[in-house]
Ligand binder design. Structure first.
Ligand SMILES: N[C@@H](CCC(=O)N[C@@H](CS)C(=O)NCC(=O)O)C(=O)O
Length: 216
């Protein structure tokens, strides 16, 4: 049995779970909160101590990008990494745009501030941090994506790891009560709505909202 280790509200854990769902692969989720609450031997699975980690029989892996690339080789259909070299690189670029561009703003500055801190750690929201992120940091990230959305998907007219990487952190944004403003970013808003409506994303959004009591 395959196992994903991590908290389901993590955009990186969600990325791997969407890949597994799109490929129709069975797995179990083993809840692990990174940091001091992780099991003592967790670094054997994830040497940097982060989630997700992954087990496939006696093989273990860490890092959502590594795990997703592994799953593509294990189950090549449906193909989430284009064969064409440039499309392949563009899909990886959008995955990185989500991981390295959207997550650092959406995760700690909006989702943590508005949801995780108050709900799980009794910490008040720092409204100045949220305001700065919403007004100054997120808009240029969305401006770029608005210019990149052409059709149904970002690359190669099919779902790729790029779409999954970009939309996963936007689920955290949605749980924080923020959606893409369709007046300002019409193409991006429609695109995000389409991707989140896919059964793979929709099932996780429903499950996570029920598990953690998040507003959908
Ligand atoms: N590059 C990693 C990033 C994973 C990551 O940063 N996960 C966060 C949770 S969303 C984490 O484990 N943070 C705890 C820590 O950095 O110690 C991946 O793609 O899996």
């Amino acid at each position: 049995m395959r196992t994903v280790y991590g908290v389901s509200a993590s955009p990186f854990v969600r990325k791997v779970r969407v890949v597994l769902a799109e490929k129709g692969l069975d797995y179990q989720l083993e809840p692990v909160i990174p940091g001091p609450q992780a099991p003592p031997d967790y670094r054997k699975l994830s040497p940097l101590g982060k989630v997700p980690a992954f087990r496939d029989g006696d093989r273990t892996l860490a890092d959502s990008s590594v795990i997703s690339a592994y799953l593509e080789r294990v189950a090549p259909e449906p193909q989430l990494y284009p064969k064409d070299p440039y499309d392949y690189a563009r899909a990886l670029w959008f995955e990185e745009y989500g991981d390295g561009g959207l997550v650092p703003v959406v995760g700690p500055k909006i989702f943590f501030q508005r949801v995780v801190g108050p709900k799980f750690f009794g910490q008040a929201t720092d409204e100045a941090v949220v305001k700065q992120a919403l007004e100054n940091e997120l808009p240029p990230l969305f401006d770029y994506l608005e210019g990149q959305v052409g059709g149904e998907f970002l690359v190669a007219n099919r779902l790729t790891i790029g779409d999954i990487g970009v939309v996963s952190p936007l689920v955290n944004l949605r749980f924080a009560g923020v959606t893409v403003d369709a007046k300002r970013w019409p193409k991006l808003a429609a695109y995000v709505g389409r991707i989140m409506s896919r059964p793979s994303f929709a099932a996780l959004i429903k499950e996570e909202a029920a598990t953690f009591g998040f507003e959908q």
